[in-house]
Design a protein around this ligand. Structure first.
Ligand code: FCB
Length: 467
């Protein structure tokens, strides 16, 4: 039987806005989500899992359950409440305390600088469509690199560039809630990739002794009917928009002709054009050589059917079974496929998609260096059952993905670690508190943590390296 190597990292993932709570306390600046959630009135990100106060408990749980690494994100607006300029020392000190507690428990922090939470001051002036945000991000990143250089070895610039762009500008489920604007989505992705490149180059220019990369959410896009050229092209277009555009930017530092042709076709549907400064490409090319690894979040794959009708993206905001439709004009329609199961939120469970994506990266971008699976896991309506939380479907889900991951390593891919989303239950962007992902159950009334069956199972995997 194949095993993961001794130095393979098994970790748990979190994000500041989803776990910290204290969203308007201790000097933290506003983010667009604060007003958006308040206006919606469905749920609030306060106190979420109260990580701001509970981090010693969560890090002790990591230690007790052999979870050797944690993904944490820094809330930009805790450090720079206005995105730039004045520094909030309370925020700076908070992350020092968290990192020190990590090391006290022998838990390695893997730190993301941006996880869906641009400070509102910059967000309201155009977010990453505005060069001001790109420059402010680079300054914020440089500040963190220097400030935390003795505590943090593993950095990620952004979490999930495509989901940010599509949710902000195509699906309209993240503020500013614009729909069907492929041009803005592409332009903002480019903006984030330039910001990423500036941060990477700044990090490397200082010769810090750590590592840096970016996290993409990579969902494999398969044609529904692989013998139908129209479906094949539809899947290709969705792949270029959601994956290849960003993989090109990350590993090549420029966009290939194939990518640009499809992107131009798509933005023209919007009567738009994709424009960028040639100087951006210079810095992106430099960063492409200096990146140490790719973080890959993977939850699901999509089967795509060609679609020429009008845009039709329906959702009721919850994403629960049967509530969502995705038909993008001139691109494709996401459809179910017989025999492929789905979660309670209609996410397709297709672990081979993770394998196929890793092998594709290895082949198409042979300079990729290393991959960490930075998020994978299953949203589930856990039954508390007096603290005996049997989440066997989640164990099955993770197990299948780990088995395909092992196969990719066996087939020559350099994958160095795997982080379960999420370490403990956290706030969900679309579902508040009813969609749970954690290895540890959080009772949101008492903030007590309870290990689920999956936590005991994952402990064994981490200790034995066998799945
Ligand atoms: C990913 C996000 C993460 C979490 C999971 C379920 O897209 O990175 O914050 O919400 O989905």
């Amino acid at each position: 039987m194949m095993k993961f190597s001794e130095d393979f990292v098994f970790g748990g993932a979190t994000a500041a806005y989803q776990c910290e709570g204290s969203t308007r306390a201790y000097g933290k600046g506003k983010v667009a989500w604060d007003d958006y959630l308040e206006k919606q009135g469905r749920f609030s990100a306060d106190p979420a899992s109260d990580f701001y106060h509970k981090y010693p408990v969560d890090l002790k749980l990591c230690k007790d359950f052999s979870i050797k690494a944690i993904r944490i994100s820094i809330a930009w607006s805790r450090i720079f409440p206005e995105g730039k300029g004045k520094i909030n020392q309370e925020g700076v000190d908070f992350y020092h305390r968290v990192f020190q507690e990590c090391h006290k428990n022998d838990v390695e922090p893997y730190v993301t600088l941006h996880h869906f939470d641009t400070p509102d001051a910059l967000h309201s002036r155009g977010d990453f469509l505005n060069r001001e945000t790109i420059d402010a991000f680079a300054k914020y990143a440089e500040f963190c690199f220097e400030e935390y250089k003795d505590e943090v070895t593993y950095w990620f610039t952004f979490n999930e560039v495509w989901p940010i762009a599509t949710n902000q500008y195509i699906e309209g489920t993240f503020p500013p809630c614009i729909t069907y604007d492929i041009t803005k989505a592409v332009q903002s992705m480019h903006g984030m990739m330039v910001a990423h490149a500036k941060a990477v180059c700044a990090y490397k220019a200082h010769n810090y002794k750590g590592y840096i990369g970016i996290i993409h959410s990579l969902e494999t896009k398969y044609p529904l009917n692989e013998n139908d050229p129209k479906d094949v092209y539809a899947a290709k277009k969705e792949d270029v928009l959601a994956n290849q555009f960003l993989l090109d930017a990350t590993f090549l530092g420029y966009y290939t002709d194939e990518t640009l042709n499809i992107i131009n076709e798509l933005v023209h549907l919007n009567n738009g054009t994709f424009e960028y400064d040639p100087a951006d490409i210079e810095i992106m090319k430099k960063a492409a050589k200096e990146n140490d690894y790719l973080g890959m979040n993977h939850y699901q794959s999509h089967f795509i059917k060609a679609y020429d009708g009008e845009n039709e993206i329906h959702h009721n905001g919850t994403g629960e079974k049967g509530t969502k439709k995705f038909k993008l004009k001139g691109v494709g329609e996401r459809v179910f496929k017989e025999g492929i199961p789905t979660t309670d939120w209609d996410w397709l469970i297709y672990p081979q998609g993770m394998y196929d994506m890793i092998m594709r990266i290895k082949k198409q971008y042979p300079n990729y260096k290393a991959i960490y699976i930075t998020e994978n896991g299953m949203g589930y309506k856990d039954d508390f059952n007096n603290g005996n939380i049997d989440d066997s479907p989640r164990i099955d889900y993770i197990k299948q993905h780990l088995q395909w991951l092992l196969k990719s390593i066996e087939d020559g891919a350099n994958v160095k670690g795997y982080f379960v989303w999420s370490l403990m239950d956290v706030f969900s962007w679309s579902n508040g508190y009813n969609k749970r992902y954690g290895l540890f159950y959080v009772d949101y009334n008492t903030q007590e943590r309870y290990p689920k069956k999956s936590a005991y199972w994952f402990k064994r995997v981490s200790e034995t390296k066998e799945v």
